[in-house]
Each structure stands twice: as structure tokens, then as C-alpha cells.
Write a protein that binds this ligand. Structure first.
Ligand code: 5GP
Ligand code: ZN
Length: 302
């Protein structure tokens, strides 16, 4: 049995994750959720004093905002749209007949104005743009959202619906680069406190198609994105548990966000993959939180 299936089976057996019959879509036990709550409190302890504005968006976003973000250019294969039945009574009868016959009843579903959020920060940029120019000190935001990515897998570290905690910085290139560098150091220090082995590497996002290959090279060559990797289901291929993204002026230009000086704002975000971090803790310290090393338990306030 491979490492991925074996960890997933053990998580199901202990009830930490609950099988829904769909790969990457799981229920979480109270104990699993508590790890995430406590880890988020640790994030607050490290980042709380920076005075970020906290905003929580639901896991679905305005379709127009999604379209403006450019996500479909890079990752069309990962996006999930929300569709609904919009027909009349006759259409409804056909729908029920179709379901009864075991045929594809989803063909008549129509797109709504909501798209599932692919990354916690996507709804933020147009929201901030509407406020007008940034103040001199720029902007700093604290976000958390369930995110959707259509990538079914039996690797428990690759979920279709998972939570991302993010800090997002907007301002001058200097302001956002300083933020990103700061968080790379903070991220390493934070993981050391919960005794998880990490390495930092440049990221390799799954950009789609031939045009995507160029974006992939660009991301790598310009060091636009780093990841903090922790072995979870493979020692040879550790899993990205945090990412540190420099978007340059991409979102600033897309949404017309400007600095106090009237320049196009640069943006950066740091993301914590909350389920992945919980899984890393369970994989390295055991599935029973009561058995975790005393120092790790103390850091998490158990
Ligand atoms: P990114 O936008 O960099 O791809 O994702 C941000 C963070 O979300 C990643 O560093 C990772 O920790 C988490 N993440 C990305 N994809 C998945 C996934 O498929 N499953 C889970 N559980 N977390 C993910
Ligand atoms: Zn982000």
C-alpha cells in the first residue's frame, strides 16, 4: 500500500477525517479541528501585533471578481463554478425524469453569479480597490477561507475543499517584499516550534497548457513564489504547507489599486494550508494528540 493511502486509511480509522465517498472531500473530527484552531491561535501570536485588518469571506466569490482575476488563464482545470436549476415546471419534470432514468441531469444547470473561491485572497483585491488609494503605510489583511480546487486525489494532503489562512500586503514593492521576506523567516521559526522539519524551495504551480509553461518558467526565474515544504505522504516529494507569493503589480493593475503616491500597488500574500499543517503534525507526532511531544503540546496550548 502506498504512503498516501495508508495515511488516509489511518485517518479514516481513527475518525480524524470522515469519508464522504469523494476523494479530497472529507469531514473533520473535533480533534482535527482543534489542532487547526490552536495552530491558528499560534499564527495570531506571531502575526497579531502587525495590526492586519481581519476579513472573512465565504467560500464562494462574485463571478465577475473571479473573471477579472485571470485565474482561468492559468488554472482552468482547478476552478469550480456554482450552477443551479433555473427552469420552469416543465423543465423540472424533465429533470426528475432524467434523474429517475439515471441520465445526466446536470446538463440543464445554469451558471450562477458565484464561483468557488480558489484562494483566500482572490475576493480581497477588488474589495480594497473600491475603497480608493491605499494609505501611506499600505494595506495589511488577515484572511481565512475554505478554498476549492478540482483535483481529486487519494493523497490526504491534496484536498478539493480545504482552508487557507492568509496575510496579504499591498503597497510599494519595498513594503511587500519586506513583508514576504519577514514571513519566510517567521514561517520557518513557527514550524520549528511545533517540531516539524521544513525546507524552502521555489514553487512549481500546475499552470495549464503550453502558455502555462511560460508562466511556470517566469514564476520560477523571477522567484515570484516560494513554498515551505514538509514531508507528509512522501519523503521524496514533501508537501507545500505554506506559500509566499509576490504578485508584482498583477492585482494592482487588474483592479486599479494604487499607492498613496498614485503608483500601481504591488501585492504579496503568505498562505498557510491549514489541513496540510494539521496532517503534518499528525504524521510526524502521531494520530493521538495526547501522545505528542510535550514541547509541541505546550506551544499549541494543550
Ligand atoms: P497556493 O495558492 O500556494 O497553491 O496554496 C496556498 C496553500 O494552500 C499551499 O501552500 C498549501 O498549503 C495549501 N494548499 C494548496 N493546495 C492544497 C490542496 O490541494 N489541499 C490542501 N489541503 N491544501 C492545499
Ligand atoms: Zn493569496
Amino acid at each position: 500500500m502506498d504512503m498516501q493511502t495508508s495515511l488516509l486509511d489511518r485517518l479514516f480509522e481513527t475518525g480524524l477525517l470522515i469519508d464522504t465517498g469523494i476523494e479530497g472531500l472529507y469531514g473533520r473530527s473535533g480533534s482535527f479541528e482543534e489542532v487547526i484552531t490552536r495552530f491558528e491561535a499560534l499564527i495570531d501570536e506571531v502575526g497579531g501585533a502587525d495590526g492586519a485588518e481581519a476579513i472573512r469571506f465565504p467560500p464562494g466569490m462574485n463571478r465577475a471578481y473571479f473573471e477579472g482575476s485571470g485565474y482561468m488563464k492559468s488554472f482552468p482545470q482547478l476552478a469550480g463554478t456554482v450552477h443551479s436549476f433555473c427552469g420552469n415546471e416543465l423543465d423540472h419534470m424533465h429533470l426528475l425524469q432524467c434523474m429517475e432514468a439515471g441520465d445526466d441531469w446536470t446538463k440543464g444547470q445554469e451558471a450562477t453569479d458565484i464561483v468557488l473561491t480558489p484562494a483566500a485572497c482572490y475576493p480581497l483585491y477588488p474589495t480594497v480597490a473600491k475603497r480608493g488609494a491605499l494609505p501611506t503605510e499600505g494595506g495589511l489583511f488577515d484572511l481565512q477561507s475554505y478554498c476549492f480546487r478540482h483535483e481529486p486525489s487519494n493523497d490526504p494532503a491534496r484536498m478539493q475543499l480545504f482552508r487557507m489562512r492568509e496575510y496579504v500586503r499591498m503597497g510599494t514593492p519595498e513594503q511587500v517584499m519586506a513583508f514576504r521576506n519577514d514571513w519566510m523567516e517567521r514561517g520557518k521559526a513557527l514550524m520549528a516550534r511545533v517540531e516539524l522539519p521544513v525546507e524552502i524551495d521555489v514553487a512549481n504551480d500546475p499552470f495549464f497548457g503550453r502558455a502555462g509553461r511560460m508562466m511556470k518558467n517566469n514564476q520560477r526565474d523571477q522567484n515570484l513564489k516560494f513554498e515551505l515544504l514538509i514531508p507528509i505522504t512522501s519523503t521524496a516529494k514533501p508537501t507545500a504547507c505554506m506559500s509566499f507569493n509576490y504578485h508584482q503589480d498583477h492585482f494592482g493593475k487588474s483592479w486599479d489599486i494604487s499607492t498613496a503616491d498614485g503608483e500601481v500597488a504591488h501585492t504579496a500574500c503568505v498562505g498557510f494550508g491549514l489541513e496540510r499543517i494539521a496532517l503534518a503534525l499528525f504524521q510526524h507526532h502521531g494520530l493521538d494528540v495526547g501522545e505528542w511531544p510535550a514541547r509541541v503540546r505546550a506551544t499549541l496550548g494543550y
